[in-house]
Design a binder for this molecule. Structure first.
Ligand code: PLP
Length: 373
């Protein structure tokens, strides 16, 4: 049997060997970071080392780092800070941003999924009161990169607070806080070679965040509950690796993705590559084959041993029409025919070729179906 090919790195990434080692060391050591004795101090040192790794990854030395249970909790904690403000979010945000506030306004994007900055400026002017903006750095389905720095400048000129979900961007492109200029930023460990169930919210220290949970003084009272020390230790090491790879990730992984897309364009002109007119993450391609449901494609590829996703598919495994593609102006049929292929640092040309071999059969099916119709 041929080895399975994993091309779903935006859903989750394999845990790095050095991360497993750090986690195993942390699991083997006793000590609660809140204890004052030597065991506690040892545990606290692990925690603080990981905090420093995260601030180094973002080149944000004075950030307040709050460890959480993942990107979803971090996004919720971020939004909790301004529950009474009007929330403006791009219409392509992850559900953990879109769903965590009741009163939110969805900002339009263009056909490539890029935030309309003029609309942002206009809506904030019309609102005329302090507001909250959430804009992701890179989209999980298409890889499209948002003009976060420009959006933050506009929002700050209107006195708004700005949050950025950088869960997908971290590890796949350099993410420098000083160039983004946002007030709060979300990270998740399992998207960068760390373990699932750990994340962080980074914030300007002067914001003095308020806790969403109650019942303990951990994380300076911002996030009660005994810290997931093994997970956090692994997160720190994953951040170190991501920082070391950031400069070369685009070239290394992008060469494979671009080759994949060239092949698609040459051999299947009826296929669509969503978001390809915009700057994108180097590892992501969102391919549409009109007339073939995404679930059918995912299952057929799976039978050939290739793992990809349909839609955003990172929460329940159930596939519903992608709100991201709908926001880009696609109808249900087009949005329902899109699969996401996301490569990783260790993806090989052979694996991409295996994908293309299998996908080409689907592309032929879609073409035959269209010509028979
Ligand atoms: N934000 C984005 C852009 C994501 O892609 C995801 C997960 O796929 C999340 C947030 C949620 O992160 P977590 O799985 O750590 O809760």
């Amino acid at each position: 049997m041929r080895a399975a090919v994993y091309l779903d790195h935006n859903a989750t990434t394999p845990v790095l060997p050095e991360v497993m080692e750090a986690m195993s060391d942390a699991l083997g050591a006793v000590g609660n970071p809140s204890s004052v004795h030597r065991f506690g101090r040892g545990a606290r040192a692990v925690l603080e080392r990981a905090r420093t790794s995260l601030t180094a990854l973002l080149e944000w030395p004075d950030a307040e780092v709050i460890f959480t249970s993942g990107g979803t909790e971090s996004n919720n904690l971020a939004h909790h800070q301004a529950a009474k403000l009007r929330h403006f979010v791009t219409s392509v945000e992850h559900d953990s941003v879109r769903a965590c506030v009741g009163l939110s306004e969805h900002l339009p994007v263009d056909a490539d999924g890029v935030l309309d900055l003029e609309a942002l400026d206009r809506r904030l002017s019309e609102h005329g009161a302090p507001a909250w903006l959430s804009v992701m750095l890179a989209n999980n389905e298409t890889g499209v990169i948002q003009p976060v720095a420009e959006a933050a400048r506009i929002a700050h000129a209107h006195g708004a607070l700005v949050h950025c979900d950088a869960v997908q961007a971290a590890g796949k492109m350099p993410v420098r806080w000083d160039l983004l200029g946002v007030d709060l930023l979300t990270l998740s460990a399992h998207k960068i070679g760390g373990p699932p169930g750990v994340g962080a919210l980074l914030a300007r220290p002067e914001l003095s965040l308020s806790a969403q949970l109650r019942g303990g003084g951990q994380e300076r009272g911002r996030r009660p509950g005994t810290e997931n020390l093994p997970g956090i230790a692994g997160f720190g090491v994953a951040a170190d690796v991501a920082a070391a790879r950031a400069a070369s990730y685009g070239e290394k992984v992008g060469a494979l993705r671009d080759g994949l897309e060239d092949h698609v364009r040459r051999t299947a002109p009826h296929a669509r590559i969503f978001g390809s007119g915009a700057a994108r993450l180097a590892n992501t391609t969102c391919l549409g084959l009109r007339g073939l449901a995404a679930e059918t494609q995912v299952m057929a590829l799976d039978l050939d041993g290739i793992a990809v996703s349909a839609g955003s598919a990172c929460s329940s495994g159930k596939v519903s029409a992608s709100h991201v593609l709908r926001a880009m102006g696609l109808d249900d049929a087009a949005a329902g025919s899109a699969i996401r292929v996301s490569l990783g640092w260790d993806t090989t040309q052979h694996e991409v070729d295996r994908f293309l071999e299998s996908w080409s059969k689907l592309a032929s099916r879609a073409r035959d179906k269209a010509s028979a119709a």
